[in-house]
Design a protein around this ligand. Structure first.
Ligand code: DAH
Length: 351
């Protein structure tokens, strides 16, 4: 118990209490302050208790001072308390309530790369005609990329492909491993492993040692196609690719087949569609020719069939290969192939 309280002591404790109350910074400090002055063992509580022991005259004077002091302190405390706890009023409730009729915030979603979307669309169209999709290695042997496709070493047709070689020479010191320059090597791999009938499409990345420009990239995506069975003719090639062209570029498309040379087919053709931009009159998209080339194709060369152990007197087939970025560029009016791997979200978000 403190000394007998006097008016001076009451005033001093009240002043100290109010000063300390001013310095309180949060609700927890306020509670500690309350306990130290107004709790069961608080300083002010002690004074108020002590008043009963005073002689009557002092009791009256000190009691009045203590009551007044207590009232001031209580009021000051209540004010500080309001600062730390916002009162819940109907207005506040209304302000904080959730309007469940508002539309939700859109959740941003990723999307498939335009090349992937186009690969899937191509494979879906060929799947509707009974073609399975298979994939193969991007690092390839010279044997599959060239030799088994009727392109022997030192054959001038190798100039069609500027090749990235992997530093892995064979016994004779010749380079034998490369990054595949096209998806055609899968033709040989698949036929080596299966008996006819064969009906496959092969999507995948290819690489060419090339300076880049609006229509050339050193990495590109192709889809290869192969169908081999007894009795397959050029009419099957035409019908299949005609159907593909119409499904991917529109029902009204016309298709042109023109002689072309690829060592692994005979005859070989380039496949073109009539320009969907100008309808054949000639414009920028078609280079003023009215036609747009979309792929190479042909009847599988007998040497290729022989190489995988198929008898060319029994089996025939057709093959085709297309550049996926080129198809996507035509479909979407993209003018530069370099957009595909530049990872610019402004480009990618459009698909
Ligand atoms: N592989 C060829 C290239 O990359 C494209 C090609 C042409 C594939 C004719 C074929 C084909 O299967 O028959 O240029």
């Amino acid at each position: 118990m403190a000394d007998r309280p006097t008016v001076g002591v009451v005033e001093a404790v009240a002043t100290k209490a109010l000063e300390e109350l001013d310095a309180v910074g949060d609700a927890e400090a306020l509670e500690r302050w309350r306990v130290s002055y107004l709790g069961r063992r608080g300083e002010l509580t002690a004074i108020l208790r002590g008043i009963g022991t005073l002689p009557p005259e002092a009791r009256r004077q000190v009691g009045a001072a203590a009551n007044a002091a207590k009232a001031r302190v209580d009021e000051a405390m209540a004010a500080r308390k309001r600062e730390f706890s916002r009162e819940v009023t109907p207005a506040l409730l209304a302000e904080d309530s959730i309007d469940v009729t508002l539309p939700g915030r859109p959740v941003p979603t990723g999307r498939l790369h335009p090349t992937t979307q186009t690969v899937r669309e191509i494979c879906r169209i060929f799947a509707s005609m009974g073609f399975d999709a298979v994939e193969g290695p991007e690092v390839e042997w010279d044997r599959y990329n060239f030799e088994m496709l009727n392109i022997p070493k030192h054959h001038p047709a190798r100039d069609m492909f500027n090749t990235f070689w992997v530093d892995y020479p064979d016994r004779n010191g010749e380079q034998s491993v490369l990054l595949r320059t096209h998806t055609s090597p899968m033709q040989a791999r698949i036929m080596e492993d299966t008996r006819p009938p064969v009906r496959v499409v092969v999507p995948g990345k290819c690489y060419r040692y090339e300076a880049t420009d609006a229509t050339h990239e050193w990495q590109l995506t192709q889809v290869e196609g192969l169908a081999v069975d007894d009795g397959i003719t050029f009419a099957d090639l035409k019908g299949t690719l005609y159907e593909f062209a119409r499904q991917i570029f529109g029902e009204e498309r016309r298709v042109r087949f023109r002689c072309d040379y690829f060592p692994f087919v005979e005859p070989g053709v380039d496949v073109a569609i009539d320009c969907f931009s100008c309808g054949g009159a000639g414009c920028r998209t078609c280079g003023r020719t009215g036609w747009i080339e979309i792929m190479g194709a042909g009847m599988v060369h007998p040497n290729v069939l022989k190489g995988v152990g198929y008898d060319p007197a029994v089996y025939t087939g057709f093959a085709f290969g297309m550049g996926v970025e080129r198809i996507a560029m035509l479909k979407h009016g993209i003018e530069d192939i370099r957009h595909f791997y530049a990872n610019d979200l402004r480009f990618l978000k459009q698909f």
